[in-house]
Design a protein around this ligand. Structure first.
Ligand code: UDP
Length: 256
């Protein structure tokens, strides 16, 4: 007998359903693309499948490193099983090269390498357009505790180190990215884990040689070829199999 799944939440690019066990959630990746706080919208066929696969790949590698994440396993082309968490209302942005809002805000030319990686916090609130905030706001308003901020900073640095190396090995510059964290409750304990997704929707990825954009800026800036760019990222990661996207191919090392 078919049973209707209980929908917990529908966001801009994902739907969350109740999972098969208590404390689990199914994440469904949609093909919807939005930008500029959902002022610009489109459906891009195939995007959800690619983001599900790319995010799975990165979260599995991070789990292997001992970095706690919400990810459990991919279920099918569009869905993954994750641990239920309470999302901490912060967008944590890591920048290695100036681009996007920071380049504009500080008048730095896009593409300028930063003297060191910079971590920024935004308050996750669509109505306010996810405003940039300082640590002071986070603790004063109780959005996260000082301990949680420490955990987030330490994990974020590890994630950036790992991902920068992983992308460099396949000829891609990790310009910047956004991550989110959650609280996982286990009885009396609560721990901070990486949640949400990591995909070309949430990263800026440039080809090392040509600086071609392989990320959501293709949509934001009307460059076209978004699915082809995401496929190129998946292909270089060794996870795009033309005939059967579920079966991994071999990684390709790109020599610079
Ligand atoms: N980003 C994101 N979701 C957001 C805002 C930003 O995933 O709601 C990502 C974005 O893809 C980029 C990085 O965070 O990789 C930095 O984005 P920026 O602050 O430059 O904002 P944008 O120029 O994208 O508005």
């Amino acid at each position: 007998m078919n049973q209707r799944r209980r929908r917990i939440y529908e966001g801009k690019a994902k739907i969350l359903y109740e999972g098969p066990e208590p404390g689990t959630v199914i994440v469904h990746f949609k093909d919807d693309a939005t930008a500029f706080n959902a002022e610009k919208k489109a459906v891009i066929e195939g995007k959800g499948v690619l983001n599900n696969r790319i995010s799975e790949f990165i979260f599995e590698r991070l789990n292997d490193l001992g970095l706690p994440t919400h990810f459990m396993k991919r279920l099918n082309m569009r869905e993954q099983l994750v641990r239920e968490v309470e999302i901490i209302p912060l967008e944590v942005i890591v920048r290695n090269i100036a681009a996007g809002s920071m380049a504009k805000r500080l008048g730095i030319e896009e593409g300028t390498a930063l003297p060191r990686s910079i971590i920024e916090f935004c308050y996750k609130n669509d109505e306010l357009g996810d405003p940039l905030i300082a640590e002071e706001h986070i603790t004063a308003f109780g959005w996260a505790s000082p301990q949680e901020i420490d955990d987030i900073m330490a994990m974020t640095i590890r994630i950036n180190d790992f991902m920068s190396g992983m992308f460099a090995a396949i000829g891609i510059k990790l310009v910047d990215f956004k991550i989110e964290f959650g609280r996982q409750y286990e009885g009396d304990l609560v721990r901070t884990v990486l949640a949400d997704e990591i995909s070309p929707d949430s990263c800026r990825l440039w080809d090392v040689k040509t600086n071609e954009k392989l990320d959501k800026d293709r949509f934001r800036r009307d460059l076209g070829g978004l699915v082809e760019a995401y496929q190129e990222v998946a292909r270089r990661l060794g996870i795009l199999n033309e005939n059967d996207p579920a079966k991994p191919a071999k990684p390709t090392l790109v020599k610079s």
